[in-house]
Design a protein around this ligand. Structure first.
Ligand code: ATP
Ligand code: MG
Length: 421
């Protein structure tokens, strides 16, 4: 027996409708916001993520699925969706397309993490990227899209908002952080000590309990914002209020990627345990230039689909019912089985979901199977039905039935569909 790799999951046939619902909500949200889909490769040159995600991040330091391909190139399975879209933007000269460019993706991501509830090695993200606008309205557009998506799913999560400023205000803040952390470094983890040198802001993202206790007392970035960043943050808050989106300011949010500037945000739920962040994003004005592209402001978010699914299941959110066949046509003997097959073929050509026996089962067993499928109507064809050219259509929800010539079944089912809404 070969087992599934650790940290990955199958989607079983009985569960796929939940995934389809979540993805449908993502696509519908995108349509409402006029955001176009983009697709980028699952693997990229390793350097893209090293530069695009940042080499002081957990992702790049510890979590990437990196390997040499048979040509000796270092490639990496995408740990997140943004870097690939940024590369696409640069490589295809999309800076000269109408801006802002609003794109979305639904993609698997790969991170070598310690698997636990809501934390996998292969997981999926719905992400949105808005390129070209430095304006606070673009930050709010991204947040609004995330919020509309969660609302469609029937999820309520708290929006936590922060600003981490620009490189200019970050310099003063980093100095203040270093001054605060220097005498406490001995009590902090190895990763924090390393980040102290390279990027002290990232120390605030440490998940070790001991470090968290120390960072709680650290200076707050909001006290160090330059006038432009402070004004930007103020405007984002105003526009959120004007859009009726509730938020709390949380000065401890710094996000896991190095290229974030100014606005950062997370949607958090307390219903799925420690991994409560279902959606996270912010502004990354330095990313595209950092990858060698034309200086282009950017803002976006990514939502973790497994965590959303978990949250929906834990809080009893109703999924729309799984799809069922419109009709199951059973056949008694050889000739009527053939008729059942041809009837099913005709119905399917008319876009009706129809089923018949593929197992050469008895009529009784066919009906049992039809019941398990949840077929809305069942028809049984035998010698009499063949002779008459008509069959009883039984409606499974109330047991009522109606006799119809074979040729009228399709219209009847279509009308029924309208009546049932
Ligand atoms: P965390 O702090 O939980 O590790 P992160 O900062 O690494 O999250 P992002 O890179 O911002 O997460 O990814 C966006 C979203 O993707 C997260 O908010 C989460 O919902 C989801 N996500 C991230 N890593 C995983 C994972 N290993 N398994 C499942 N979902 C994940
Ligand atoms: Mg992480």
């Amino acid at each position: 027996m070969i087992n599934i790799p650790k940290g990955t999951k199958d989607v079983l046939p009985s569960q796929a409708y939940k995934w389809q619902f979540i993805e449908d909500c993502a696509r519908k949200t995108a349509r409402q916001f006029n955001i176009n889909e983009v697709r980028t490769p699952v693997f990229e040159h390793t350097e893209l993520f090293a530069r695009g995600v940042g080499d002081t991040t957990d992702i790049v330091n510890k979590e990437m699925y990196t390997f040499l391909d048979k040509g000796g190139r270092s490639v990496t399975l995408k740990p997140e969706g943004t870097a690939g879209v940024a590369r696409m933007f640069i490589e295809n000269g999309l800076a000269s397309s109408p801006l802002p460019m609003k794109s979305y993706y639904i993609t698997p991501c790969y991170r070598y993490e310690r698997p636990q509830a809501g934390r996998l090695r292969e997981f999926h993200q719905f992400g949105v990227e808005i390129y070209g606008s430095p304006a606070p309205s673009a930050d709010v557009e991204a947040i609004f899209a995330a919020s509309a998506f969660l609302q469609k799913l029937g999820i309520s999560a708290q929006l936590r908002l922060n600003s981490i400023g620009c490189p200019a205000c970050r310099a003063g803040y980093n100095a203040a952080l270093k001054e605060y952390f220097r005498p406490r470094l001995g009590e902090m983890c190895a990763t924090c000590r390393e980040r102290f040198e390279k990027n002290p802001l990232r120390m605030l993202d440490c998940k070790e309990e001991g470090c968290k206790a120390i960072t709680a007392g650290a200076p707050k970035i909001l006290d160090y914002l330059c006038p432009d960043c402070a004004a930007h943050f103020q405007k984002v808050k105003e526009l959120l209020a004007a859009s009726g989106i509730e938020y709390v300011v949380d000065p401890n949010i710094v996000r896991g990627l190095d290229y974030y500037t100014r606005t950062v945000f997370e949607f958090v739920s307390d219903s799925i345990g420690a991994q409560g962040t279902v959606c996270a994003g912010g502004r990354y004005d330095g990313l595209i230039a950092g990858l060698g592209g034309p200086s282009t402001p950017a803002v976006g978010f990514a939502a973790g689909l497994e965590r959303l699914l978990l949250l929906m299941e834990n809080t009893g959110v109703q999924f729309p019912a799984a799809p069922v066949p419109d009709i199951y046509v059973a056949g008694m003997d050889k000739a009527s089985r053939t008729r059942a097959l041809s009837l099913v073929a005709a119905l399917r050509r008319q876009d009706i979901s129809a089923e018949c026996d593929l197992m050469e089962r008895s009529v009784k067993a066919q009906l049992k199977y039809a019941d398990k499928l949840g077929a809305r109507y069942v028809a049984v064809i035998g010698e009499n039905e063949l002779a008459e050219g008509a069959v009883n259509l039984k409606k499974m929800s109330d047991g009522s039935s109606v006799k119809l010539p074979f040729g009228e079944i399709c219209n009847y089912l279509k009308k029924g569909e309208q009546n049932n809404g």
